[in-house]
Design a binder for this molecule. Sequence first.
Ligand code: HEM
Length: 212
Amino acid sequence: MAADDDFHHQDDRSDRDDVLRLLRTGTAAEHEAVERTLDLLDARLDRDRLTSALTLMHGFWIAAEQGLDDWAAGCPDDAAAVDWSRRRRAELFAADLRALDADRMAGTPRLPAIPGTDEALGRLYVLEGSTLGGAFIDRHLATLPALSGVRIRAFSPYGAETGAMWAAFRRTTRAHVTAGGDIDRIVSAARDTFRALALWCAPAARPEQVRA
Ligand code: HEM
């Protein structure tokens, strides 16, 4: 199919202005801040700290998805193109918290509105990319005796489909840019989303990290 060939061609290119490359480099510092704050690959990770991280992430996802739902209501075709309904995840965080016998809410952050598809794809980049690191986190959690018997789903919601879901997100984002989407707006929205997440998660940092 011609359209598919086009997509493959674009997937293979390594242009310096490729939107996915700019998203990765443009948010690398923010990703590192979140990773350091949550510190989920820590060998000493215990139930309490995992619960605090999931509680914060749950609140964040509720707010992030609310903005995307508002966007999807106004731009249903773009929302369908990126398979938005399949990418919602707040409910999985809630289920994981129930599995940990922790049902309290942390509240939700106030996030910028999502006025259009550029901003929606920037925000989705952050939410969807987290499933890549999520696979590593899942594997780590499985090695922790403190968490034996608890099955956490929200970090890698797609299981064996993780690669396919990410590839589809990348294709849709590149197609949107080819059709006239604004790369700067996409990358700024991703950075805003990541920064808001880092701030929101700051309370989850271990005390020695806060002092450092
Ligand atoms: C302690 C927590 C985290 C760890 C250890 C981690 C680790 C990683 C790793 C190893 C990758 C690369 C995976 C690959 O290329 O196959 C990755 C990608 C990514 N992660 Fe995280 N991550 C964490 C948390 C998060 C969170 C909470 C978010 C956002 C909500 C996030 C967003 C992303 C994004 C957007 C990418 C894709 C980068 C790209 O464009 O290639 N990560 N993460």
